[in-house]
Design a protein around this ligand. Structure first.
Ligand code: HDE
Length: 711
């Protein structure tokens, strides 16, 4: 059975058999290997008698069930993962000695987990949030984890503030509200007192926070790392992941509706694409800064709230990651995978970024609470592919059966084993950075610039992106109850960009304050005014950075796009078939939506399986709509109210809509009637026009007019 067919019929008996934990043709046993003949009834004293304590089979089953859960991740609890591999394009040995970046013959296995940050494990996928993008490389020299996000900067500059940030964004602790949402008082109380957050915050207000698919997100290592070559020379590096499907988002209205229609939208999308053999791919990019250029920029490379604009230092694409296998078991793989920015291989090293330095403590510490044992590296998903030898022993759930009587070094009884490796032989050695400093609890003056980069980001957005961004602020601040918090935010926004602040003030129905009493810098522990900590005006190192706009990262591909075909009995089989063939040839996924489930008959008398009855699906789950002809089919569709809603929503969300001459009649019964000449509405045209419109992802030129459509 082809993967793609399996995706559609995953309830089939053979799949069910394959998926049971015991497997096909296996006898059920207890955990002690005892064969079991009844797993439905407990042992009782007579048919209606009490259950006996003696029933060790019942006790074992319930005992295991009682302990099935482990603590969810404190942050990034909601996530989805997949297996794949990484291949290098060209030897990078001038920059690094890391085998994955020098040996082009390798196919390095990876496991990648995408996540949201704020919500609990069961929260909806389309919450507005930063998204985690964590990749575990199983290299021949050991594990390398690149634990990043889908935004190139972070909210804070020093690890010391992380618990405050997370406590502020998580549900308010008295009533545990709201789930997976930053739109509440405590978050904005924190943000408005902590201007270093403003850069990551404006990214979170942009469409980057509501991706169309996990497969259509960029990824960033955020911190500046070092690459070290065989001669010991260091270069600074920022890591980037560039999705080959482009960077695409949904609108906020879609995000809200998808919440209800399919709260597993992203998880399902990733799984289905891989299951159908449409493997997501990302190119890995390096932004390289030579050691001698460390102080060349108007921002500090060690400040994780700053990015290096790609126009200043281009991203060199050096290899490609392909995700081609879904996990066999969510818990043992996606839930138990343990990432750590401190999992490094020779040729890569840290910098003194104070956020990165703090993370190096946190990730091992958190595994102890979550996975319960210092032996978490022995769980299959966390094991390196190369052998592990050391003198660590015992502990909860130890898997390795160590032999011999020496567990210390140096020893002679064990032949001196395991012996130490030399640097020449692949041992890790830290970059010998010269340190000559005072011990201080403070922050570098070079970090004190809170507005230049959020301003650059806003200036670089297209008009539709600016509009979405301002609306996101209006939504989020509109959910806050305290006026003084909204005013502080408005004042801070006015320091970023007058246009942005003006739009948000209008939406909130408030005036931007001229000044605000100490709006900042409890952040850096000083009770000082803004001027002191935003030294001088905003820096203008670039007018615009086109790479910051999603529009910049385009693709013509319509692969994996979900296209709804609206049909009822007697639809035109020929028109249906022609369009389906053309779309599928481009890798799109055609789904039949009909007034009822089961099958629909085309005018050639052939039965077609319905993918979803209109009552069980929603327009927001699709990227485009096609209506083939067939007068009876059109007449039947016109009678179903939800069909009009489906089409109207597709129009409102700027999606491509195509219809045949007969299909036009159905469009005339919807708001499309007034938009027939608009971009992306393809009536009785060549399929190529429809394909081009789908490739635009969304026809934003329509948005200002269709936004008001009342659906
Ligand atoms: Fe994390 N972070 N983080 N983080 N982070 C965790 O580790 C932490 C930060 C990121 O899919 C936790 O295993 C601190 C930046 C991802 O399993 C925890 C600080 C970036 C994931 C933790 C940061 C990230 C985590 C929770 C400030 C982007 C999910 C569970 C110093 C570069 C990985 C776990 C996965 C997870 C701590 C900041 C990304 C609590 C203290 C910056 C993608 O250890």
């Amino acid at each position: 059975m082809k993967n793609s067919e399996k995706g559609k019929t995953n309830a089939k008996q053979e799949d069910l058999a394959k998926n049971t934990s015991s497997g096909k043709d296996k006898t059920m046993t207890t955990n002690q290997g005892l064969k079991v003949n009844d797993t439905n009834n407990s042992l009782k004293s007579g048919e209606r008698g009490g259950t006996l304590l003696e029933d060790f089979i019942l006790r074992e089953k319930i005992f295991h069930f009682d302990h099935e859960r482990i603590p969810e991740r404190i942050v990034h609890a909601r996530g989805s993962g997949a297996h794949g591999y990484f291949e290098l394009y060209e030897d990078q040995s001038e920059l690094t000695k890391a085998g994955i970046f020098t040996d082009t013959s390798r196919k390095t296995p990876v496991f990648t987990r995408f996540s949201t940050v704020a919500g609990s494990k069961g929260s909806a996928d389309t919450a507005r949030d930063v998204h985690g993008f964590a990749v575990k490389f199983y290299t021949e020299e050991g594990i390398f984890d690149l634990v990043g996000n889908n935004m190139p900067i972070f909210f804070i500059q020093d690890a010391m503030k992380f618990p405050d940030l997370i406590h502020a964004v998580k549900p308010e602790p008295d009533r545990e509200i709201p789930q997976a949402a930053s739109a509440h008082d405590t978050f904005y109380d924190f943000v408005s007192h902590t201007p270093e957050t403003l850069h990551n915050h404006i990214w979170a207000m942009s469409d980057r926070a509501i991706p169309r698919s996990l497969r259509m997100m960029e990824g960033f290592g955020i911190h500046t790392f070092r690459l070290i070559n065989a001669e010991g020379k260091s270069h600074f590096v920022k890591f980037h992941w560039k999705p080959l499907l482009g960077v695409k988002s949904i609108t906020w209205d879609e995000a809200v509706k998808i919440h209800g229609a399919d709260s597993d939208f992203h998880r399902r999308d990733l799984w289905d694409a891989i299951d159908a053999g449409q493997y997501p791919e990302w190119e890995l990019g390096f932004q390289i800064v030579p050691e001698e250029d460390e102080h060349k920029y108007d921002f500090d490379l060690l400040d994780a709230t700053k990015l290096i604009p790609e126009e200043m230092v281009p991203v060199q694409r050096i290899g490609k990651m392909t995700l081609n296998r879904n996990p066999d078991n969510f818990f043992t793989e996606t839930e138990q995978v343990a990432f750590h920015p401190g999992h490094l291989v020779p040729g890569i090293d840290f910098t003194n970024d104070p956020l990165l330095q703090g993370r190096l403590f946190s990730y091992t510490d958190t595994q102890l609470s979550r996975l319960g044992s210092p032996n978490f590296a022995e769980i299959p998903i966390n094991r390196p592919i190369n052998p592990v030898h050391n003198n660590q022993r015992d502990g909860h759930m130890r898997m390795t059966v160590n032999k011999g009587n020496t567990a210390y070094f140096p020893n002679s009884i064990g032949g001196g084993c395991p012996h130490l490796a030399s640097i020449a032989n692949g041992a890790f050695d830290s970059y010998e950075e010269r340190i000559d400093a005072r011990k201080i609890r403070d922050r570098s003056e070079s970090f004190i610039d809170f507005y230049s980069q959020p301003a650059l980001f806003y200036r670089s957005l297209k008009e539709w992106e600016k509009e979405h961004c301002a609306n996101a602020y209006i939504f989020e601040l509109g959910k806050c109850n305290y006026d003084h918090i909204k005013l502080r935010m408005l004042w801070l926004l006015s320091q970023i960009d007058d246009d942005l602040a003006g739009r948000v003030a209008k939406g909130l129905g408030m005036e931007i304050p001229d000044s605000i009493e100490q709006p900042v810098n409890q952040a850096i522990g000083a009770d000082a005014d803004v001027e002191k900590h935003q030294s001088g005006p905003k820096k203008m190192y670039l007018d615009e950075s086109p790479a910051l706009s999603q529009e910049h990262i385009k693709t013509d591909s319509i692969a994996t796009r979900q296209i709804a075909f609206l049909v009822a009995d007697s639809f035109s089989g020929e028109q249906f078939g022609t369009m389906k063939e053309k779309l599928e040839a481009e890798g799109a996924m055609v789904k039949i939506i009909a007034p009822h489930g089961g099958t629909v008959k085309c005018d050639k008398g052939k039965d077609h399986k319905v993918d979803a009855a209109i009552m069980t699906t929603e327009s927001v789950l699709f990227d485009a709509v096609y209506i083939p002809g067939g007068s009876k089919s059109i007449a039947a569709l016109k009678k179903v109210g939800k069909i009009s809603k489906f089409i109207n929503e597709a129009l409102k969300h700027c999606k491509a809509i195509a219809a045949t001459k007969e299909g036009e009649e159905l469009l005339d019964a919807t708001y499309v009637k007034d938009f027939k000449d608009s971009e992306g509405i393809c009536i009785n045209t060549d399929p190529k026009e429809f394909i081009d419109a789908i490739a635009m992802h969304r026809v934003w030129s329509r948005e200002s007019k269709t936004m008001a459509i009342p659906v």
